[in-house]
Ligand binder design. Structure first.
Ligand code: NDP
Ligand code: X2W
Length: 344
């Protein structure tokens, strides 16, 4: 049993973490923070948790958080950097669902996030928390940077192609769609029902902050050679889900692509390679930590289309964070995440 703290318990990734953690057999939920809701039962804000916990929100404090074995930060970028050095010094391990520990090049982080990186020394030992890539290093990590939602869907979709060297890595295209919960709970006009419903639009087409994170992961898979990637995210009128449609030009058209993916992910519990030519839907993974992938080769030409879907709040955030926790503390990787997705 480990003691766990959560900074940012009022947000969407925070409550998703709570949904998983309250029924995790190895977790004692010790601290859940909110700066504005101190003393209020968490289940008053999120009644779905009423039968599971009577814990109350408390303000984020070094003293109480230091009593935990692990602290999750489900907070906007910049917040985890403030407390992490002191918590690590007190022996607490950290998983940040925000972006502070994802991008190894701290100048690149500052360029895209517009703030200085104040934990450059800690970055040197931080591990990027994509278990399918970094499982071994995650086991002993003190600080894990949990991947962003789009970067998870895009990297898992592209990795087998790039690692095996069968595509032109300079002309990749990732056309992605997200549900509105990806924008968080804090009111933004663009995610209000009247604004987002019955409409569909791209955003960040000229440059989204997930681009450097995706490129970092794909370059690592490409033997540390830069990749050329066009990434365009879209907002869709649904609550949860990410659908990534990924394009690449094959440089080797003789390879058995389905076999390549099935073998690449054969030991990965949370990656489900579907039959060739099928169409995964976001609802297939809603509320679950699964990533479903399928492959298409239109008209048997030299373009491969990879379809990759996740739940942005689960494999794209809280579920992946619990997967990382399970790895860090030696629990079976799917502990607490054994239920299938909700369908319909
Ligand atoms: N939504 C998604 O699908 C995904 C989100 N992420 C990332 O996860 C993080 C959280 O996202 P999300 O849950 O959507 O965000 P929300 O806006 O829904 O929630 C943010 C939370 O952070 C807390 N918070 C804000 N500022 C501070 C601060 N200075 N100190 C302490 N706590 C603070 C808030 O709590 P309070 O104000 O009550 O203190 C709130 O609980 C972000 O970095 C986001 O980019 C990552 C992957 C996917
Ligand atoms: C629909 C929507 O707005 N999605 C968010 C991505 C959520 C996420 O993963 O953000 P972090 O990288 O900050 O963790 C966005 O595009 O900014």
């Amino acid at each position: 049993m480990i003691n766990v703290g959560l900074v940012g318990g009022t947000g969407y990734t925070g409550v998703e973490l709570l949904r998983i953690l309250v029924q995790h057999p190895e977790v004692n939920l010790k601290v859940v923070t909110s700066r504005g809701e101190e003393g209020k039962p968490v289940a008053d804000m999120y009644p779905n948790l009423r039968p599971y916990t009577d814990i109350c929100f408390s303000v984020p404090q070094l003293e109480t958080l230091s009593e935990c074995d692990l602290v999750f930060f489900a907070t906007p970028h910049g917040v985890a950097m403030e407390m992490t050095p002191d918590l690590v010094a007190n022996g607490v391990r950290i998983i940040d669902l925000g972006a502070d520990f994802r991008i190894y090049d701290t100048d690149e982080y500052s360029k895209w996030y517009g703030i200085e990186h104040t934990c450059k020394d800690i970055m040197a030992e931080t591990i990027y928390g994509l278990p399918e890539v970094n499982r071994e290093q995650i086991k002993d990590a003190r600080v894990v940077g949990n991947p962003g939602c789009y970067p998870t869907a895009v990297q898992l979709g592209y990795l087998p192609l790039i690692k095996s060297g069968v595509v032109d890595t300079q002309n990749l295209i990732a056309d992605c769609k997200s549900g509105v919960s990806g924008a968080g709970r804090q009111a933004k006009v663009g995610t209000l029902l009247c604004e987002a419903s019955e409409s569909f639009s791209a955003y960040g087409a000229s440059g989204h902050r997930h681009l450097p994170e995706i490129k970092q992961g794909l370059a690592f898979a490409n033997q540390n050679k830069d990749v050329g990637l066009t990434f365009v995210p879209h907002l869709t009128p649904m609550i949860r889900g990410i659908h990534a449609t990924l394009y690449a030009k094959l440089t080797d058209t003789n390879v058995d692509l389905q076999k390549l993916y099935e073998e690449f992910y054969q030991d990965e519990h949370f990656v489900d390679v579907m039959p060739f030519g099928s169409h995964p839907a976001t609802r297939n993974v809603k509320g679950s930590n699964f990533n479903q992938i399928s492959l298409h080769r239109p008209q048997d030409g030299d373009t491969i289309v990879v379809l990759s879907v996740i739940d942005n709040l689960v494999k794209g955030a809280a579920g992946q964070a619990v997967q990382n926790m399970n790895i860090m503390f030696g629990f079976p990787e799917h502990t607490g995440m054994t239920q299938p997705a909700m369908l319909p």
